[in-house]
Design a protein around this ligand. Sequence first.
Ligand code: DCP
Ligand code: ZN
Ligand code: ZN
Length: 488
Amino acid sequence: MLPKRRRARVASPSAAPSSAARFPGVTIYLAEPHMGRSRQAFLTRLAVSKGFRVLSAYSPEVTHVVMEGTSAEEAVCWQERKTSALPPGCTRPVLLDISWFTESMAAGQPVPVECRHRLEVAVPKKKMPSPAWMLPYACQRPTPLVHHNASLSEALETLAEAAGFDGSEGRQISFYRAASVLKALPSPVTALSQLQGLPHFGEHSCRVVQELLEHGVCDEVERIRLSERYQTMKLFTQIFGVGVRTADQWYQKGLRTLDDLQEESHRLTQQQKAGLQHHRDLSALILWSEVEALQQVVEAAVTQALPGATVTLAGGFRRGKLQGHDVDFLITHPQEGQEAGLLPRVMCYLKEQGLVLYHQHQHSQQGDLTQQSHTMDAFERSFCIFRLPQPPGAAVGGAQKPCFAWKAVRVDLVVAPISQFPFALLGWTGSKHFERELRRFSRKEKGLCLNSHGLFDPEQKTFFHVASEEDIFRLLDLEYLPPEQRNA
Ligand code: DCP
Ligand code: ZN
Ligand code: ZN
């Protein structure tokens, strides 16, 4: 159970810590896309001590918006969003760089606004498409499943993947960020100039896009795709229970094929053995019809184990994917605590039906929920391989299953108490990059720690209580994105 806390502190605009203002024409708002909350608080105290009026929430009274480390494009975009929420006819405040603020503090009074202080004048009008709306975090912009730059984003994702295989996490994330920006564009990139001003486009990613636009292929990407290293790492990491580190160890030992692994089977974990045994089925994509069939059997088992408990689809299929590598289900009960001990009963029932080929149960890991990373959350869960009966004539399976009567499918079952359910749902819906960005945004821009269990304020040492995913977006000052727009 999470400790109780005040609700929605981030969302509630507290009163400005302002005394009698010495400069009535100047009302400052320190916008914090890149400033961070503790710096914002420090600068607010400084300005107030010098007699400036500073508001802690954006309102029509604000005359001077001050930003730090923010590009003109971002600033304009920020303003578009803020002013759209204000009553019509409001005068727009000036958007100013921090330099105006520091000069004013040094002078002990507001210095005249000059061109060099203004953020909006720097926006080049001829940029096509204008990147003003392209916010820097993937969780700030909708990313549909089907987008306009698939071949470009796939090339960058190959580079990201290869960097990940080599343990270069920084490069991996840079390529994922650039790929994710491409996925959010409303039209195809046809000229390199269109990348100008887009966030996260470094020299390397630009070069890859340029080559693709000019020649239709990128040498570096093709070389990687054909390399023994990439192909082997891809093959190994796709096996259930095999991560990058294990795959790399095998590669370094000279192993290259699934047959090589079979020969080493005494060294494999039970999970890996099961993964290898059912590799053919598990590497085939799961279809929607199979997801529906699985949901039915899981719901039946859950209802049988605990009436009133619910099953919710998460993962890629919740984001609207039509095919996937596994199916993720979240289980909860409207009454907190009722979900305890549920999963073993569910698994037992499913096993009795002959539906389980393999499962690995992981107990709920009690402890400090603020320390849980996203991928290692502490929920009770079961990583399973289900034996899904196939309708007659379905073309799956192999020689060892002449009737094609069933197919092995990967299923993740996760149990969350209702108080944490919105966080669990948000965390288990993905995409992985979207989740990474959401957590980074929370930490860097809001000073809050988000994981699949909750949203935690390390300064106040409090958790936020929420009833829905929408509440979480609101607490973070983010526009709500439905699951199908989280395909970053
Ligand atoms: N996730 C998590 N903790 C884990 C594993 C996954 O929080 N231990 C998150 C990351 C993903 C989401 O849950 O955003 C689903 O994970 P999957 O690996 O199943 O990925 P997808 O469902 O998005 O894709 P796929 O179609 O490949 O299954
Ligand atoms: Zn999944
Ligand atoms: Zn999964």
